[in-house]
Design a protein around this ligand. Structure first.
Ligand code: NAI
Length: 514
């Protein structure tokens, strides 16, 4: 265990949202803390914000008055960097600008002892570049907290090219000692979370741009069927489009224009309009008091079919069979087949990344209606379905009745490849696989980072294992074929796992369905 002991001093540079939060974490863990900001009065304000946050903990009964006062007494405002000679660890959380950060670290090297660790909370700059030019670049690493730092458990420990193992191990163990859940990543654009999360926004934006469904419908399907805590549009509105677009753009440019990270014109237009999200009162949603509510499109009730025939195994959607049987509203029989649900007047199937229209042209029945993936079909309260262009309207009504009989709200969307949840998961898993391939982090840390940093209901790699990596590969190949876009190219890590029949995630669930 190489965690810093809690009598050692931590210095935090920059007392904005992140710096104050990190200083609070360090002080709560027992360390004396210096808090410094270049702007007059900002560090004192940062300290006052920490005290207000501690007061809220007192009123909730999570901290008592004495503890609050002890924690407060550990935090000192530094009038200049030069007073920080006793710091054992300096954490920089200033403006996201390479030259400014390099200048601060270079000045610090003349103040702190040679054994002092230098850490940056940068979310998008190269840790290697921040360290370059230092006398001892091996002592610098990324220490990437998530907002709000006192609450979010995840910390990415980011190694630059020159970072020494002892620096990284000390930061890792110190994060653990502070009650955080650290993961290790290499200094690559977006590290883990800000990279692997890109498709969550990008696929929603693309679906919207293609008129697949409305903003509120896509958000509702992602939450109520995909099990995500927030929809992509709500989340972008919360983050702020200026910030979210800047991250996408910086990752896109850092990867020399890789189409996987291509920014969205729609989001750029929002920024041009000044519709930055919640903070300006308008983004994809309108937050002004008298604005009409944007509701998801939900089909009106349809007749429940008289019987259902399950043809073959439904793979990840197999749980639907038990649900239909349990409801007892229609006779359920099984026949041999290739994963279809047949009801009078319609044929249903889980999407495989092709459109219903192309499947109906290429061998499936013309009354084909595709449905989306759900995280858990026994709990999903909504499902997205898409009819083939050839399907008569009676086929759509029949399909609605089937899902409504299970108590699900049904959103009919346009016949887009991979629908909403399946396509989002396939792209998240592919990005996770690519990050693993490029040694950004281990599959375990990638999954942990995505569940802890952005609250995904499952890590994308173990989720892909559960529904079958081969199925995800098929979805990606079909998406790439549908669009002819390199953005959907499957990662070699995914292909190799499928060929070798290995799981993407080492602790993959044994209940994988293939
Ligand atoms: P902020 O704008 O709230 O605070 C930055 C503070 O740094 C300001 O108080 C500013 O006066 C001060 N500052 C600027 N230049 C300085 C200098 N040369 N010396 C000392 N202080 C200086 O910014 P925020 O959001 O706290 O971000 C800080 C860093 O943390 C950035 O690198 C950002 O990318 C990163 N980050 C931000 C997250 C977020 O959600 N806001 C999440 C994770 C990382």
């Amino acid at each position: 265990m190489t965690a810093l002991s809690n009598h050692e001093t931590i210095a935090v540079i920059g007392s904005g949202a992140m710096g104050s939060g990190i200083a609070q974490v360090a002080a709560c863990a027992g360390h004396p803390v210096w808090l410094y900001d270049a702007k007059d009065g900002a560090a004192a304000q940062g300290r006052a914000n920490i005290l207000a946050s501690l007061d809220r903990l007192v009123s909730k009964g999570k901290v008592n008055e004495d503890e609050r006062n002890t924690i407060a007494s550990r935090i000192s405002v530094a009038s200049s960097l030069s007073v920080m000679t006793d710091a054992r660890l300096v954490i920089e959380a200033i403006v996201e600008n390479l030259e400014v950060k390099r200048a601060v670290f270079s000045e610090l090297e003349g103040i702190v002892s040679p054994s002092c660790i230098l850490a940056t909370n940068t979310s998008s700059l190269s840790v290697t570049a921040i360290a370059a030019g230092l006398e001892f670049p091996g002592r610098l690493a990324g220490f990437h907290f998530f907002n709000p730092a006192p609450i979010m458990k995840l910390v990415e420990i980011v190694s630059g090219l020159a970072s020494e193992p002892t620096t990284l191990d000390t930061l890792y163990d110190t994060a653990l000692a502070w009650g955080k859940e650290p993961v290790r990543a290499t200094s690559t654009p977006g590290f883990i979370v800000n990279r692997v999360a890109r498709p969550f926004y990008a696929e929603a934006l693309r679906l919207l741009e293609e008129g697949a469904a409305s903003v509120a419908t896509i958000d509702a399907v992602i939450k109520e069927s995909g099990g995500f805590r927030m929809g992509p549009f709500e989340l972008m509105d919360l983050i702020g489009h200026d910030v979210n677009f800047a991250v996408t753009r910086s990752v896109f440019e850092a990867y020399f224009g890789d189409p996987r990270f291509r920014p969205s014109l729609t989001q750029q237009e929002l920024i041009a309009a000044g519709w930055l999200g919640r903070k300006t009162g308008r983004g994809f949603y309108n937050y002004t008091a008298d604005a009409p509510q944007q509701s998801p499109d939900t089909a009106s009730p349809s007749q429940i079919p008289a019987f259902v025939v399950i043809e073959g195994n439904l793979g990840p959607a197999e749980a639907l069979v038990g649900e239909l049987e349990a409801k007892g509203l229609m006779t359920v029989t099984r026949e041999a087949g290739t994963g279809h649900i047949r009801i009078p007047g319609a044929t249903l199937a889980l999407s495989d990344g092709r459109t219903a229209t192309s499947r109906a042209t290429g061998g499936d029945r013309p009354d084909l209606i595709l449905f989306d993936l759900a995280l858990d079909y026994t709990k999903a309260s909504r499902i997205a379905i898409a009819p083939a262009d050839q399907a008569p309207s009676s086929a759509l009504s029949a399909a609605l009745g089937l899902f409504q009989s299970l108590g699900m709200a049904v959103s009919v969307i346009d016949d887009v490849p991979g629908l909403i949840v399946l396509r989002t998961l396939a792209m998240l898993a592919n990005e996770g696989a690519e990050a693993a391939l490029q040694q950004v982090a281990s599959p375990t840390d990638i999954d942990r980072a995505m569940t802890l940093g952005v609250n995904y209901p499952r890590g994308p790699l173990s989720w892909a294992d559960q529904i079958g990596a081969a199925r995800i590969l098929t979805v990606l190949e079909n998406l790439q074929m549908s669009y002819g876009d390199d953005r959907y190219r499957a990662s070699q890590f995914l292909r190799r796992s499928v060929n070798a029949q290995h799981s993407l995630h080492p602790q993959a669930s044994p209940d994988a369905i293939n």
